[in-house]
Design a binder for this molecule. Sequence first.
Ligand SMILES: Nc1ncnc2c1ncn2[C@@H]1O[C@H](COP(=O)(O)OP(=O)(O)OP(=O)(O)O)[C@@H](O)[C@H]1O
Ligand SMILES: [Mg+2]
Length: 400
Amino acid sequence: MKDPFEGITEQLFENKHVLEEDYDPETILEREAEIEAYRNALKDILFGRTPSNIFIYGKTGVGKTAVTRFMMDALQTQVEGRTAADRLTVLFHNCNNDSAYGTLRAFINTLRSPSEPTFPKKGLSTSDALEEFYALLDERGGTFLLVLDEIDHLAKVNSLLYEIPRARSNGNLKRAKIGVIGISNNYRFRDSLSPKVKGTLMEKELSFSPYDADELRTILSHRAEKAFIEGGYKQSAIALCAAKAAQDTGSARQALDLLSTGGDIAEDRGEDIVTDEHIRDAETRVQRGRVRNKIQDQTPHGQLILEAIARLEANEKTPVRSKTIQSTYERVANRWQTEPLSSLRSVQDHLSELKMLGFLSRTERNDGRAGGAYYEYELAMDANAVFTARKEIEHEEPTT
Ligand SMILES: Nc1ncnc2c1ncn2[C@@H]1O[C@H](COP(=O)(O)OP(=O)(O)OP(=O)(O)O)[C@@H](O)[C@H]1O
Ligand SMILES: [Mg+2]
């Protein structure tokens, strides 16, 4: 039998990693105004002053993390060349689903030398962790910047943001200076903080706007040159990715994802140039993947209930009451060899959840005294998209 891998060569990508999420771009393009504002917010550090607290806001994929990394590297280099500046330590943490304690623990472990034991996961309080953290900062001395990325996902954020900015005035920190950089894509994050915290934080705010098509084209072109072999893509394909992402979210991540998926599709088809057609197909594939991931995140019964409503929708039976959904759901569950939930109440709980997440829409009806008030549900997405995703999740070949 012939070797199935024989003859496969890289004929399109020169370095595909350049288009991936974990690639650190060596240059930041199209964010001059944001970089300038960032620079001004950070400049105190160059003169050995206490750093300002900074909050960065902006939607997903607009370069908040990338620009922050770039700025921190540049700042570190500057500080090393200036005598007025104190030694700088930047501590990064992604707060996604972490607690104040977990965040402090991560910082402590970074600061401790590798020969020391790690800070315990359990058994101590957040104030114990703060005490140890301050002790380590004072031991090392200099200026510290704590970058709290995705800070809106940090549980008990108030306790940290109240304590840390007051550490010096409270006498908890003697030698070290400390500033917090919070990054969030929730513009209402500040409003969610307690009044006490808002009063002490005194932060500078920077806002990152979505990219337009021209800006995305610049960013993509730069990456594409490194990612693909010469002549491996059409300029129009780059422009199309930029236009589509600009129209949708203005996210560089989305634009890069389209381009990289377009490259995959071209490569799979054995073609040696990425064209507009590949990008259009990539868009369909990316969208399908997005729907599938969103559905896959639901509990098994949540998925079955969603599939039940999709069936009712496809048969033009919607809007529909929860009782009818329940009986369809029972049939769907049987089809997937799953024991259905038995109470209407638990089906209704799933319906509320699915509604909250935007899968369904719900209307309140009132039949007057006789019927009372009740809800009717409709699918808020394409029924075929649900069927395809469900089949993929269950590893059945999609037929649609
Ligand atoms: N101005 C830019 N120049 C070069 N690459 C960029 C630029 N902006 C964003 N990128 C790239 O786009 C992707 C997304 O950017 P980044 O992770 O910084 O977004 P973000 O604003 O932090 O999004 P999220 O809120 O989802 O965390 C990354 O791969 C990043 O390298
Ligand atoms: Mg980010």
